[in-house]
Write a protein that binds this ligand. Structure first.
Ligand SMILES: [Zn+2]
Length: 329
């Protein structure tokens, strides 16, 4: 993999290839972006380009001895650091320092989840960054730049990865995972522009059955009042799910589809023929928007707080039902 074979991020590609070609890359480059945005792929492509013996236009040639060593995972001048447990500890940085100071050629150290460095590890890295040996480059990957030492940040060339477009992700999935155009389009929507997330979904064997269950629940919630007993047992079932968060994501997705259908056609929201549909007009659309907001709030509370899942889900389903009822009046 080199810059050329990666998808999207045109500005980043232009900037990095120009700097590598002109041999003007900073000794420390920071790549930030949410989980799954492709930081590691871009960081590795940059490391490979820096180490390449015959780079063409600032990109790795993929053919020279260095590129081949890199591809097989044992390049002697490439160092990879990632959290050992929760943190990157000082010993992990300290143990590499003698190698950094060996003379000759270029060396690259890629640090994944750089914000997980302890204060001691950060200080140790800072010492190297203050007077970097000739030919040594650091590539730091992080989700949140603000968690890094200000003194480290100020020494980095900082780039933020942009979300890919749905079309770009759809193309990636069709090519790399041989998915149908429809399935790839759907996963592209769910991935929110994060290629790593899209790959995860494509590899998830439970995806199809989870999606079917989410659609069934969306339809049953949309199509009519349920008894309190049923709602409470649904909440209990949901609370037991290990995949609750991806499930709620799919529930939102199914409901959002209904919303799109509503905006795109003047037809009534025909959710399930034979059952009462939501009435036409702004109320139904607003109601669905509110309900999606409600699920998002629930997801937020589930991830940010230590709440009782079952009680929270009972509340969510009861409020959802009330809002649907208000739409039908
Ligand atoms: Zn090469």
């Amino acid at each position: 993999m080199n810059f050329k074979t990666l998808t999207g991020q045109d500005a980043l590609r232009r900037s990095l290839t120009r700097l590598v070609a002109a041999d003007r890359l900073s000794h420390a480059v920071l790549l930030t972006g949410p989980a799954g945005s492709g930081k590691q792929s871009w960081g590795r492509a940059l490391a490979r380009a820096v180490l390449c013996r015959e780079p063409a236009g600032g990109d790795a040639c993929l053919k020279c001895i260095s590129c081949r060593q890199f591809g097989s995972g044992n390049h002697p001048d490439y160092f990879f650091v990632e959290p050992d447990g929760r943190n990157i500890k000082i010993d992990q940085v300290r143990s590499l320092r003698p190698a950094f100071h060996l003379l000759g050629g270029k060396k690259v150290c890629l640090i994944r989840q750089a914000e997980a460095m302890t204060a001691e590890a950060s200080s140790s890295l800072l010492k190297v960054l203050e007077e970097p040996p000739e030919g040594l480059y650091f590539i730091l990957l992080a989700e949140q730049a603000q968690l890094l030492f200000e003194t480290i940040l100020s020494r980095c060339q900082h780039y933020h990865l942009q979300p890919l477009s749905r079309t770009e992700i759809q193309g990636l999935l069709m090519e790399a995972k041989s998915l149908s155009s429809e399935k790839a389009a759907m996963l592209a929507r769910l991935s929110r522009g994060m290629p790593g997330r899209a790959y995860e979904l494509a590899e998830d064997e439970q995806f199809d059955s989870r999606f079917e269950e989410a659609e069934t629940l969306a339809l049953s919630l949309l199509s009519g009042p349920d008894s309190a007993y049923h709602l409470l047992s649904k909440a209990a079932e949901l609370a037991e799910r290990e995949d609750l968060l991806p499930f709620l994501d799919l529930l939102c997705f199914s409901l959002r589809d209904c919303l799109v259908m509503h905006y795109c056609s003047n037809d009534r929201l025909l959710i399930d023929p034979g059952r009462p549909a939501l009435r036409q007009g702004e109320t139904a659309a607003e109601g669905l928007e509110n309900i999606i907001g409600l699920i998002n709030n629930t997801v937020h509370e589930l991830t940010a707080t230590n709440v009782n899942r079952r009680l929270l889900l009972e509340k969510m389903l009861i409020l959802m039902q009330r809002r649907f009822a208000a739409c039908r009046k």
